[in-house]
Design a protein around this ligand. Structure first.
Ligand SMILES: Cc1cc2nc3c(=O)[nH]c(=O)nc-3n(C[C@H](O)[C@H](O)[C@H](O)COP(=O)(O)OP(=O)(O)OC[C@H]3O[C@@H](n4cnc5c(N)ncnc54)[C@H](O)[C@@H]3O)c2cc1C
Length: 425
């Protein structure tokens, strides 16, 4: 039995690593931070699309995840990776593989920073090593190089950014984005600009002006956008020669892709970008009512970022970042803000002080890049609200380096130095 009171953090990405970094240096010697991740390496989703198109970028979006890269040598804190938490219990989590001789890991408080579930290339497939993720990204680069007619299903930020990355590298490929709304992204469909209601989460809308600005840029890049249409995705059964069978990625020849209106478009490469799901299964197994909308949805949290459930098992759990129904956009920046809030309340609990209501700072950036040289941003400002920012103000913020050096590498504060691979020439 360990001498420490453990603060267990499940998920060592944007949200979880922020909690760990905030707590180091603040927790008393009696407490130990244990940062757990299912992968044995860290990855940076905001640069994953470029890494799936531009050779060399696959080396820039990964970093070593071990105790020495996260914590200083003279501390009691540890990284447990690769290892997966498979069950939540009262005061204990169950690991897939033993740590210190046991799969049962007792804790003082536990933070669920399990993020979201997305397919390749946005996130590595469960069980991947770093080498396997990089190899999958290289395969994706080769497949897109061979494609001639690319259809992107979904015009959210992922679909748009992917189209821009392809266009910058391949000026002559045919690229079509199919999006079910009147404009790209997530503009309000009614005059009401709804944000988060109470403690339930609904994704904030993006202003129409923001969408229109991007549509103009897509047009000038010769990227076709089909609005108010859905791609019909076949779900198995008989396939007719020449028709798309629902497989994503590179096809064996040109296929006809069916749209909801009945018309068809041609593609030899189909990319799916229709949003992501919260990784909330650990909580769902205990109390499905603790999810905002049932299985696969975000974990409901109270104003202190603690899991909102009547089940006593979940009493000492916090939930933050993409996995949690905390208010605001699901971004790396937002996940970090949640991390700050959870760390402050865990410290308050250690010190026997009252918990603080978590309010994300108002200032929040949302930037969509279309390669390194084009894009548009939205800055949420106090009093002014959402303000569309011209590219001239943003061009050095995200486009060329995709925040790797500023937001990803800076997360590693251990005794072993971590550096980003250079931007490929
Ligand atoms: C293409 C793309 C572009 C983006 N661009 C931007 C941008 O420009 N700016 C921005 O701010 N945000 C951007 N984002 C969003 C941002 O990447 C996410 O909001 C952020 O990664 C969420 O962080 P997180 O820590 O909550 O979850 P994640 O990053 O999803 O990490 C969750 C971690 O938990 C681990 N985990 C899950 N379950 C378990 C378990 N049971 N046991 C152990 N470990 C577990 C996973 O392995 C993973 O490492 C982008 C995302 C994508 C895909």
């Amino acid at each position: 039995m360990s001498q420490y009171k453990n603060i267990v953090i499940i998920g060592a990405s944007c949200a979880g690593s922020t909690v760990a970094n905030k707590l180091v240096g603040e927790v008393p010697k009696s407490h130990r931070i244990l940062l757990i991740d299912a992968f044995g390496f860290s990855f940076w989703p905001p640069a994953s699309l470029r890494a799936s198109v531009v050779p060399g970028w696959e080396d820039r979006i990964v970093a070593p995840l071990r105790t020495s890269t996260v914590f200083q040598a003279d501390t009691q804190h540890q990284v447990i990776a690769p290892n997966r938490v498979v069950e939540l219990r009262e005061n204990v989590v169950i690991l897939e593989k033993p740590f210190e001789g046991s799969r049962e890991l007792p804790f003082f408080r536990c933070v669920l920073a399990t993020g979201s579930i997305q397919h390749l290339p946005m996130r590595p497939t469960p069980g991947f090593t770093e080498a396997e993720y990089k190899s999958a990204l290289r395969k994706a680069q080769e497949e897109v190089r061979l494609a001639t007619k690319i259809v992107i299903v979904g015009g959210g930020p992922v679909g748009l950014e992917y189209s821009g990355e392809i266009r910058q590298r391949f000026p002559n490929k045919e690229i079509t984005i199919v999006h079910p709304l009147e404009h790209v992204l997530n503009p309000p469909t009614t005059s009401q600009h709804t944000r988060t209601v109470g403690l339930t989460y609904s994704p904030p809308h993006t202003p129409v002006k923001f969408s229109k600005n991007l549509e103009g840029q897509l047009k000038s890049l010769n990227i076709k956008v089909i609005l108010n249409e859905k791609v019909e995705i076949p779900t198995g059964g008989d396939t007719i020669p020449g028709e798309w069978d629902g497989k994503f990625g590179l096809q064996d020849g040109i296929k006809k892709v069916q749209l909801s209106s009945g018309r068809t478009i041609e593609a030899d490469f189909v990319f799916l970008s229709v949003g992501n799901k919260a990784e909330s299964s650990l909580v769902a197994n205990i109390d499905e009512k603790a999810l905002v909308n049932g299985m696969g949805e975000m974990i409901a949290v109270d104003q202190y970022l603690k899991v909102k459930s009547t089940n006593p098992i979940l009493k000492k759990y916090y939930a933050i970042g993409d996995a949690a129904a905390s208010k605001g956009w699901k971004t790396a920046q937002g996940a970090g803000m949640d991390g700050d809030g959870a760390a402050a309340n865990i410290l308050a609990e250690i010190r026997g002080k009252p918990l603080k209501v978590h309010v994300r700072p108002t200032i929040h950036g949302y930037i969509v890049t279309l390669g390194t040289k084009v894009g548009v941003g939205l800055l949420t400002l106090p009093l002014l609200g959402d303000t569309v920012m011209p590219w001239a103000m943003l061009k050095n913020m995200k486009g060329p380096a995709l925040l790797v050096d500023d937001l990803f590498i800076t997360r590693f504060k251990g005794s072993e130095k971590v550096t980003a691979a250079p931007i490929p020439a």
